[in-house]
Write a protein that binds this ligand. Sequence first.
Ligand code: DAH
Length: 368
Amino acid sequence: MQENEIPRLGGWSEAELDRAFAAVAREVEKSAASIRSAEDKEQYRLRWLGRRQGRLKAISDAWLKGAPDLDTKKRIGQRFNTLKAEIDRLLELAGAGESGSELDAEAIDITLPGTQRKLGAEHPLIRTWNEIVAVFQRMGYSVGVGPEVETDYYNFESLNFPPGHPARDTQDTLVIVGQERKPLRDRLLMRTHTSPVQIRTMEQQQPPVRIIIPGKVHRNDAADATHYPIFHQVEGLCVDTNITFGDLKGTLDAAMKAFFGSSVKTRFFPSFFPFTEPSADVQISCPFCGGAGCRKCKQSGWIELLGCGMVDPAVFGFVQGKQPGYDPKKVSGFAFGMGIDRIAMMKYGIGDIGLLYSGDLRFLEQFA
Ligand code: DAH
């Protein structure tokens, strides 16, 4: 058979098709045997499989054109598929194992070092978040979440910050634009704390509740070394019968010891939050100097870490309409909230909160 000549088909019987295809298959095999280099291989591929000038295409066009019916076309088509698979197989094999051929130069050198993939690491903030959550999980708390875009009702009103109350001024709020026509309680804002999830949780479930809620919060704060318009808090809520201030102190003391080490002491000072009564600020003895005084505790030996208190009966009052189990005469509870960023900064000696949000690899790689 001549180069590029289209072999003739002497009929459409199975026997004739078999004969004609066997002849082409021999040609396919013969020309594959002379592949020596990568260039030969590409030539071979083009010669047989080339989309426009390929020999297989030319033969199939010629043979299919004359086919008398669909069944014959099908039988021819199937044979072409087999032939094509054979060419692919020969291409795959071509040159493999022929030592000294140019193809060997392209083979994979298994003695080369592999591609190193960089391992990611937990962000220091997330690591701290997980560690705090784990401490409370071991004490039987479940984990909750809530929305970052919140209504005025959940962020303030139901937490006993009535409209116009001066306590609202303690949280410099970022509001969503275009809400003026809604009643105040439905207006959207970026939540300024994780406390609204206390209400959302109680609306969803009857007491008893033991829940820990980590999350992102937003305030209209100018960025400096210790402030950033985004930061993170962990909220805690425990509601049951006969929960006392003693339970609050015991829980937070145990949690601080679990997190910072068993020699850490806690102390409670009277404070004010609209949604707790009484309220307290909690300080821990400085875990770095043991209370002797150092730079981290500004020489005082103590570090203020969180706010807490007994859930104000007025807060239960807001929930009771939806969940009658929160009768302030029957249940009591405590809540607490702490900043994750500050704890992470203290723990890892980070001097500027902005570094936590910079995405700067030179900073982040130190935690890998
Ligand atoms: N939500 C308060 C804040 O962001 C923190 C806080 C204080 C949370 C006392 C509480 C709590 O649950 O009982 O300033």
